[in-house]
Design a protein around this ligand. Structure first.
Ligand SMILES: [Zn+2]
Length: 186
């Protein structure tokens, strides 16, 4: 038996609720118009800290919530879908959320970083940039990265927040801005 086997009972219960019938139509924009990018840490599940319900948000999760090229690709794809399939909108808002006490900070240890680079073949200098050491700073950096990416639809907005694992509270550190617009970062 795998770890997921006991959860199949929860899946049956979910299927029995019929919740899944109330789904958005093509291009499958979430009901709350949100695209949340945050960490894979199990303590930082946006379904919990934002109280998200079924189909209310698109959620992308990476180590640290860092905006990788793959995140940019997905975000640009969804923006393009809206532009081509539903050009009148509504357009969605993307929000980057990093958090305190992030496990990405373990990569601050040069020995661990070097070992992982040796093991994986990933570039050690790139890995050194990954830790969300000061989450307010990495959030602003990643928001700027999205806003500057030419692939991203100028119709969406991008903002940034920090989640405090000690209080459960979010703090806005980058106000919503459009790509190729003023980088209005607080
Ligand atoms: Zn984390």
């Amino acid at each position: 038996m795998s770890n997921i086997t006991p959860l199949l009972e929860r899946n049956k219960a979910f299927a029995a609720t019929g919740t899944w019938r109330n789904a958005p139509r093509l291009p499958f924009l979430p009901f709350k118009g949100l695209y949340v990018i945050t960490c894979i840490d199990p303590r930082t599940d946006p379904a919990e800290f934002l109280g998200l319900q079924f189909a209310e948000a698109i959620v992308a999760r990476t180590v640290g919530g860092r905006v990788t090229d793959a995140v940019i690709q997905d975000l640009s794809y969804i923006g393009y879908l809206v532009e081509t399939k539903a050009p009148d909108g509504p357009y969605f808002e993307a929000v980057v959320i990093h958090h305190t006490d992030c496990g990405s900070r373990l990569l601050e240890d040069p020995a661990l970083r070097h070992g992982f680079a040796q093991r994986s073949g990933y570039d050690e200098d790139m890995l050194a940039l990954l830790p969300a050491t000061v989450p307010a700073e990495t959030v602003r950096s990643d928001v700027r990265k999205i806003l500057a990416a030419p692939q991203i639809s100028s119709r969406i907005t991008v903002s940034g927040m920090v989640y405090d694992t000690a209080t459960g509270l979010l703090e806005t550190v980058a106000e919503p801005a459009h790509p190729v617009a003023d980088l209005c970062l607080v």
